[in-house]
Design a protein around this ligand. Structure first.
Ligand code: BDR
Ligand code: CA
Length: 308
């Protein structure tokens, strides 16, 4: 099978950085570009992080700067989890590549035209760039193969009790994406909360011994420390799950669902409302990924990090 032409849209981000490192070693993906967006930290920092992480992987992939904030709201961030620079203060070498001159949404459209229905988007941050692209280019949906997102949840949230961070950060953009007509594959908390790595497994990854594996171990230490207050078994690999799913869905289970995003609720803003268990069924616009084989997932992460 030919590798799928793919753009990763990222608010890099610690787990974004890991996702990009894994994507670089997945033969099923042909990474044609990376677009940055404000999310975990501001867009200047996420753009810089995309550039330095890509350089660290050895890939020569262009980076396009995206939105500095959500479509209709004030920006929120997650610097308290990812650190002020978005990468836990890790000293990655400075990039030699520069960001490209055109905006993320214009680039997404031009690449979709170029691949004429074959392009896949993997969105692992707030969905602002995609929302902007759909508003600006009404012809875009017909030109895309599919969208795989890390975002949302059919049950509880992580940023608020109802909402997952990427959707909560820009709920209007997320609803535009779900209503775009492009099949959305939703790797939300339902599946990513099953995909944790324990501190011991993370130490083992570091022992693979290459610089990228050591970076993997070191960059997550702050989050492990932050998460220790919640009694979780380790760190959830939210964004890596979306990348692995986009390359090969054989270790996952998914259901066809209708999804809309709550954009008004006082308690439920940013919730991905699904008809998964509902008697009243909606038009099916998404696949919700519900299960992962964790053993296979851990094995795959080790295998990919050993390729460096
Ligand atoms: C998502 O929020 C961000 O902080 C992570 O990078 C991930 O994309 C998890 O809710
Ligand atoms: Ca992210």
């Amino acid at each position: 099978m030919n590798p799928i032409p793919t753009i990763i849209d990222s608010d890099a981000g610690i787990d974004d950085a890991i996702a990009i490192m894994l994507a670089a070693k997945l033969p099923q993906l042909k990474l044609v570009g990376v677009t940055s967006v404000a999310g975990n930290v501001g867009v200047d920092k996420t753009t810089h992080n995309c550039l330095r992480v890509l350089e660290f992987t050895g890939m020569d992939v262009p980076v396009y700067r995206g939105s500095a904030g959500p479509m209709f709201r004030q920006r929120v961030d997650a610097a308290f989890v990812h650190g002020a620079d978005g990468l836990g203060g890790m000293d990655l070498p400075c990039h030699t590549h520069e960001v490209e001159g055109i905006k993320a949404w214009d680039y997404i459209y031009s690449e979709a035209v170029r691949w004429n229905g074959e392009l896949q988007l993997i969105a692992i941050g707030p969905l602002t760039n995609l929302g902007m692209a759909f508003v600006k280019y009404p012809g875009l949906p017909k030109l895309l193969k599919r969208i795989v997102i890390m975002g949302g949840s059919a049950s509880e949230g992580n940023d608020t009790p109802a909402a997952e961070f990427n959707i909560w950060a820009d709920p209007e953009a997320a609803d535009i994406v779900f209503c775009s007509g492009v099949p959305v594959h939703m790797c939300g908390l339902d599946v990513t909360m099953q995909a944790h790595l324990t501190p011991e497994e993370i130490d083992e990854i570091g022992k693979i011994g290459n610089p990228q594996s050591k970076f993997f171990r070191d960059v997550v230490q702050g989050i492990l420390n932050f998460l220790s207050q919640f009694n979780f078994p380790g760190m959830h690999m939210h964004d890596p799950v979306a990348v692995l799913y986009a390359a090969d869905d054989s270790m996952f289970e998914a259901s066809t669902v209708g999804v809309r995003v709550e954009t008004k609720g006082a308690l439920t803003l940013g919730r991905t409302v699904t008809d998964l268990y509902s008697d009243a069924q909606w038009e099916k616009n998404a696949f919700i990924v519900t299960k992962i084989d964790r053993d296979a997932f851990v094995k795959k992460v080790f295998e990919l990090m050993s390729k460096y």
